[in-house]
Design a protein around this ligand. Structure first.
Ligand code: NDP
Length: 253
């Protein structure tokens, strides 16, 4: 197995917290940021085994990692995860707000419970974690949220509340960028299109209905989103802030 020490790495000595990092896009982001030299903390709610395995594999490659159980709907747990990141690795430089849920139902039947849970995980946790992280970060800090191209385009039924939650991130990102820009902290929103994960498997019937909507005619891979996030987290992206950046194979084109 190759080690993480051989090549020039953009995130050496940085500490990153990935909210919702046990599976899917978040786990790929954790692996990539660790490969770039960052110590990574991943939170999870229901997947302790996957989170522990991720930590083991990063450590086996010479990286530093920690998994913390923290339901993103629980503000205190999210704040504690930020505090634990600093306690374990000494500082916090990068926050990736990745935890998200997708509840689909027509507006006539969408439950209030699912509405509240979607807002709690997809929006409120971004505010809570960003606030706690911003208090810890210094010059060069990075806050990156995983939104969705559905903030811009919702071409199927049942996604109204999900689209609303991801559109909320567009505004929150702009405002936080204004607040934190003077301190040298950037805030950006990465908007993936369909990406092959547990949330949206590329081999489902639903996936077949979406493939024609992408200019490139295929689902994205988690590593493609992670590479984009790693760039935004690095020193070369210091002039990008307040932006909602779509990476969707042309889904919204
Ligand atoms: P998955 O469902 O595959 O993984 C979700 C991750 O978020 C898991 O690590 C999960 O951890 C964590 N998570 C979910 N709910 C909570 C919670 N309440 N508290 C803490 N962690 C939580 O999703 P994806 O990887 O596909 O999606 C990641 C992000 O990307 C989401 O914000 C999603 O909206 C967005 N996105 C995904 C697209 C896709 O096509 N896949 C397209 C566009 C955007 P655990 O298992 O422990 O709960």
């Amino acid at each position: 197995m190759s080690t993480l020490t051989s090549t020039a790495r953009s995130l050496t000595d940085k500490v990153a917290l990935i909210q919702g990092g046990s599976r899917g896009i978040g786990a790929a982001i954790a692996r990539r940021l660790a490969a770039e030299g960052a110590a990574v903390v991943v939170t999870f709610s229901r997947s302790p085994e996957q989170a522990a395995e991720l930590v083991r594999s990063i450590e086996a490659s010479g990286g530093r990692a920690l998994a913390v159980q923290a339901d993103s709907a629980d503000a205190q747990a999210v704040q504690d995860a930020v505090a634990q990141s600093v306690a374990r690795f000494g500082h916090l430089d990068i926050l990736v707000n990745n935890a998200g849920i997708l509840a689909l139902a027509p507006i006539e039947t969408f439950s209030l419970e699912d509405f509240d849970q979607t807002l709690a995980v997809n929006v409120r946790s971004v505010f809570v974690a960003s606030q706690a992280a911003a208090r810890q970060m210094g010059e060069g800090g990075r806050i990156i949220t995983i939104g969705s191209t559905n903030a811009e385009r919702m071409p199927f039924a049942g996604g109204s509340v999900y689209a609303m939650s991801k559109a909320a991130i567009v505004g929150l990102t702009r405002g936080m960028a204004r607040d934190l820009g003077p301190r040298g902290i950037t805030v950006n929103n990465v908007q993936p299109g369909p990406v092959d994960t547990d949330m949206n498997p590329a081999n489902s019937e639903f996936a077949d209905s979406l493939k024609d909507l992408m200019a490139v005619g295929r689902y994205g891979r988690v590593e493609e989103i992670a590479a984009f996030v790693a760039f935004l987290a690095g020193p070369e992206a210091a002039y990008i802030t307040g932006a909602s950046l779509t990476i969707d194979g042309g889904f919204a084109a």
